[in-house]
Write a new protein. Structure first.
Length: 430
């Protein structure tokens, strides 16, 4: 689905726009800058007039059940509210983000003004691991006053375009700051045309996606990476509580382990495999119950892939010493090694030993890929273990049930997006 200046266009119409995209961009840049208040007001209008039933129907078509759909809508309303957006702007850009600051540099006899301005034009290359994520990426660009070009991921489902149309309906001036194109990443000719008009390209995805765009982006265009990260839980003996295990199971069930902040696996503070097996026997019934009450939505093809991978794990376990603990629609795979990797997902997690004394040695090699740790430990262990995780490269530590919860002003992968989408300019004053 293609969206240009508030209208849905077909492929031919998009090609025509693309031929003159630079001029369209220049026309918008020649006008008064987009004000953050305009964007915040539009978001607030959408939140207050959103037809919840319509979006629940769209989510059902995407295989999202009603309870999870309502949770997504509640999170959307909270994230798009005036209070949240103003708070976020202040946290990420400072209390005076919209003001021009004038001062005299130390030991100089002239005055300068300092101002936070948009980079100009952002090309968002979105990932498809979270419904609606592309629209949130565009919103960040709008809040910072940028013109935004969104390349949709394959099989996005249409939620992002619907949300962006709602914003344009609430504030028509936003129409010329939003372009959405449904070109394939393999369509190099059109992708290069989109890149050529951008000041920065924002790539959401794994190493392959980022590497591919690095080759396409010339040196004078900024590359902003939001690469795939990996998150996991860490459990000590004192942390094995009913509440902690239930929170961990809830994250696995709610997210399908598809988000960068989702539990991929669980490290246990031990070097004894018997204790790993004991943990699996204790956690499996908790996970099984949560999955039964809130089934993970996976298509027939995905279910078949999961079954094949579990069968392969069973065969490999004969000589790799892996052990599978099977539930009704979930599993835990106990490994004797200390390798960090993704899981089979959809209710299937790995469990590995990692005594705290080896934490830095084992995890530091993954420093640029680590994101969130769900920490299950005793109260007196929290600070020590949190500090150790931050030294490994982890950027967030929280309870297991909170691993995938967003809140206003939360950094993304250890950085503030709004800062990356702006520049600080100085001008000498008389």
């Amino acid at each position: 689905m293609n969206l240009v200046k508030g209208k849905i266009l077909n492929a031919k119409e998009c090609d025509d726009i693309l031929e003159n995209l630079e001029q369209h961009i220049l026309d918008t840049l020649s006008k008064r800058r987009l004000n953050a208040e305009t964007v915040i007001s539009a978001c607030d209008k959408v939140v207050n007039t959103l037809e919840e039933a319509e979006y629940l129907n769209v989510m059902r078509e995407l295989g999202i059940d009603e309870a999870l759909g309502k949770m997504y809508i509640d999170e959307f309303k909270q994230a798009f509210s005036r209070e949240s957006l103003v708070h976020r702007m202040k946290v990420e850009l400072g209390d005076n983000f919209s003001e021009v600051v004038t001062y005299n540099p130390m030991h100089k006899d002239f005055t300068v003004s300092s101002e936070i301005l948009p980079l100009g034009v952002l090309l968002h290359v979105a990932a498809g691991n979270a419904d609606g994520l592309p629209a949130f990426s565009v919103l960040e660009g709008l809040l910072t006053g940028n013109i935004n070009i969104l390349k949709l991921p394959a099989a996005e489902g249409g939620i992002s375009v619907r949300l962006l149309l709602e914003l344009i309906k609430a504030e028509p001036v936003l129409a010329e700051y939003i372009y959405v194109f449904d070109y394939s990443s393999k369509d190099i000719e059109h992708i290069e045309m989109l890149i050529s008009v951008a000041d920065a390209v924002i790539v959401w995805g794994g190493r392959e996606a980022v590497s591919a765009f690095r080759k396409l982006i010339p040196p004078n265009i900024k590359l902003i990476e939001w690469g795939h990260k990996i998150s996991f839980a860490y459990v000590t003996k004192q942390g094995i509580t009913t509440e902690g295990l239930e929170g961990l199971a809830k994250n696995i069930s709610d997210t399908g382990q598809l988000l960068c902040s989702s539990v991929q696996g669980i490290f246990v503070d031990t070097d004894n495999m018997e204790e790993i097996y004991e943990f699996c026997n204790k956690f499996l019934p908790v996970l099984n119950k949560e999955i039964a009450n809130h089934p993970v939505k996976a298509g027939i093809g995905i279910q078949s892939q999961v079954a094949l991978r579990l069968y392969a794990e069973k065969l490999e376990g004969i000589y790799k010493n892996n052990r599978i603990f099977r539930g009704d629609n979930c599993s835990l795979i106990a490994y004797p090694d200390k390798i960090m990797d993704t899981s089979i997902q959809f209710g299937n997690a790995w469990v590995r030993p990692l005594p705290r004394s080896e934490m830095l040695t084992v995890l530091r090699p993954y420093k640029n890929y680590l994101q969130t740790v769900g920490l299950l430990c005793g109260p007196l262990e929290v600070q020590l273990l949190t500090d150790m995780f931050f030294k490994t490269g982890v950027v967030r530590v929280c309870k297991g049930e909170n691993m995938s919860i967003d809140y206003s002003g939360m950094p993304h992968d250890g950085e503030y997006p709004l800062r990356r989408y702006t520049k600080i300019v100085h001008a000498e004053k008389d």
